[in-house]
Design a protein around this ligand. Structure first.
Ligand SMILES: [Zn+2]
Length: 113
């Protein structure tokens, strides 16, 4: 389950921020998990629950956005939305696509006090 290692890297990032900015408690963690990131959001929530125990973000609300996948279609010469990796272009059916977005996971914000 790679969600656990992702959760641990989120924890490390929060801990580093907490040290740098000297906040005591994280009220909410905002995350972006792209639809093409191959991350199971349920598993990630579960993993974060465990990974954040005993840290400044223990019990923090997890606000997870799931931006759609985006790809550049060579045939259409434009950006199209992709539901999942390996799908053809929804407009023309071509497989000549380059994924340009929605394939990453990142912490987009922390609500601290
Ligand atoms: Zn196309």
């Amino acid at each position: 389950m790679h969600e656990m290692s992702l959760a641990e890297s989120v924890r490390d990032l929060i801990e580093a921020q907490a040290k740098k900015e000297r906040f005591r408690h994280v009220r909410a963690v905002e995350l972006e998990v792209g639809r093409l990131a191959a991350v199971d959001v349920q598993a990630l929530r579960f993993a974060l629950d465990i990974a954040l125990r005993g840290t400044s973000a223990e019990g923090a609300e997890l606000v997870i956005a799931e931006p759609a996948g985006q790809a550049w279609c060579m045939q259409c010469s434009r950006t199209v939305e992709l539901a999942q990796r390996g799908d053809p272009c929804p407009a023309c059916g071509s497989y000549q696509l380059t994924v340009t977005g929605g394939d990453q996971m990142r912490v987009s914000g922390l609500v601290v006090e």
